[in-house]
Write a protein that binds this ligand. Structure first.
Ligand SMILES: Cc1cc2nc3c(=O)[nH]c(=O)nc-3n(C[C@H](O)[C@H](O)[C@H](O)COP(=O)(O)OP(=O)(O)OC[C@H]3O[C@@H](n4cnc5c(N)ncnc54)[C@H](O)[C@@H]3O)c2cc1C
Length: 384
């Protein structure tokens, strides 16, 4: 697949492609597709990959398109604007692949990148543990070297898509004697190995998108360690920064689409209610500016700054406020399971409202982001 060079022409090309293919994809889906349905999301993601719309920023040597960050941002924005859902291999495309491109051996790149490109290998991220979330460096999962393998034992939790995933990248302690951040290694673990057990966790929304994962004497070949032994922290921190610049784009587009929906419901509402909408519209505008600033900074090659914490807190809390508002306006209909377009919309908003409770927790809680803002942006002393 080759793309127009000019950014404007690229946008027009992607928009036209998505309009045609997403509509056709929805039309051939049996029954009315639910954008939350993981099978629907995965099938659409597969279609994008089959058409060569993956690996957008990767080097051509690994099957990518080596597109600029500006073009990648255009793709993500247009993809959200056409109403298509996020995929299920976000971790494979957004975190694992760039990590391997930066830190992997040639053999690891050749073994794993094709599966991400085609979407045939789904990845999950095994960092958090029952006593190690915000304080990730206190994790206890351990891997001890035994010949050409590591023997992995431990318990991960909140592992998104673990029940669908073929592989997981795991942070494990390989040297207990070293200071907390130093004795960790980054291992690629085949989820079908003996000793791996996955236990889905039922969420408030009724779905089970994340899981507990137990490792009991799992033998992981040493060639599946990324980077040097005990250097896993550095890799995990770098991995967290790869989506910088594009992570918020689809979320921001969704925010704007939801604001438009809500505006349509305001005709007979009070001035106070309309003011509440205006406040959210201002949030949307400011978030757009923050996202553009982060993108520009990433394009200029600057290191990720603490400003990302401000965008995360702002987006997640404003989105919760927006969905609180939507659910109040929808009133009793959020509780009805009735046929028809209105009920369908109410069900989608109810789901989004319940799901949004997670948004101030995942990828660093609001309290942790505020600590970062306090210390790194405002220069306040570190808390006790
Ligand atoms: C939808 C979702 C998907 C997720 N997916 C994954 C995944 O795929 N892989 C993965 O590894 N993890 C995943 N996580 C886990 C996520 O990273 C953690 O939930 C998060 O880091 C918080 O850790 P915790 O849940 O252990 O809470 P804790 O760290 O135990 O925090 C509990 C409370 O204490 C507060 N707190 C903790 N430390 C401080 C402090 N120093 N100062 C002030 N307040 C503090 C927190 O803000 C929070 O309110 C996911 C979480 C969610 C909600």
């Amino acid at each position: 697949m080759s793309f127009p060079n000019d950014d404007g022409a690229f946008r027009a090309y992607i928009r036209a492609w998505l309009e045609e293919h997403y509509a056709a994809f929805v039309a051939q889906w049996p029954a009315d597709p639910d954008p939350r349905d993981l099978a629907f999301r995965r099938a659409w993601e597969n279609k994008l990959c089959a058409h060569g719309l993956s690996g957008l920023g990767w080097p051509q040597a690994y099957g990518g398109h080596a597109l600029s960050l500006a073009k990648q941002a255009i793709f993500h924005e247009e993809h959200a604007l056409c109403g298509a859902p996020l995929g299920v291999n976000l971790i494979g495309h957004g975190i694992l692949a760039p990590t391997l491109l930066h830190f992997g051996t040639e053999a690891q790149k050749r073994e794993f990148l094709p599966g991400v490109l085609s979407n045939s290998t789904i990845w999950c991220q095994g960092y958090s543990e029952p006593s190690a979330g915000s304080d990730l460096a206190s994790l206890r999962t351990r891997a001890h070297r035994d010949g050409d393998s590591y023997v992995l034992n431990g318990h991960k939790i909140w592992t998104s898509f673990a029940d669908l995933a073929d592989w997981c990248f795991v942070l494990a302690r390989t040297d207990k004697a070293q200071p907390r951040h130093r004795g960790l290694s980054f291992l690629l673990v085949d989820m079908s190995l003996p000793g791996v057990r996955v236990q889905p966790i039922r969420q408030l929304t009724g779905e089970a998108e994340f899981c507990e994962v137990f490792f009991e004497d799992v033998r992981v070949e040493a060639r599946y360690r990324v980077g040097d032994e005990n250097q896993g922290w550095k890799i995990a921190m770098a991995a967290a920064s790869y989506e910088r610049g594009t992570y918020f784009l689809p979320r921001l587009v969704r925010f704007r689409q939801e604001l438009d929906d809500i505006r349509g419901w305001l005709a007979h509402e009070s001035v106070a209610t309309r003011r509440r909408w205006a406040r959210l519209a201002i949030d949307s505008h400011v978030l757009g500016l923050k996202t553009r600033r982060a993108l520009r900074q990433a394009m200029s090659g600057g290191p990720p700054g603490p400003e990302g914490s401000s965008t995360k807190v702002h987006w997640s809390e404003a989105h919760q406020a927006l969905l609180d508002f939507a659910v109040e306006l929808l009133g009793d209909s959020v509780c009805l399971d009735a046929p028809g377009e209105d009920a369908r919309k109410a069900a989608l908003y109810t789901h989004a409202y319940l799901w949004s409770r997670a948004e101030t927790i995942l990828a660093g809680t609001s309290e942790i982001q505020r600590n970062i803002i306090a210390e790194k942006i405002l220069g306040l002393p570190k808390g006790a």
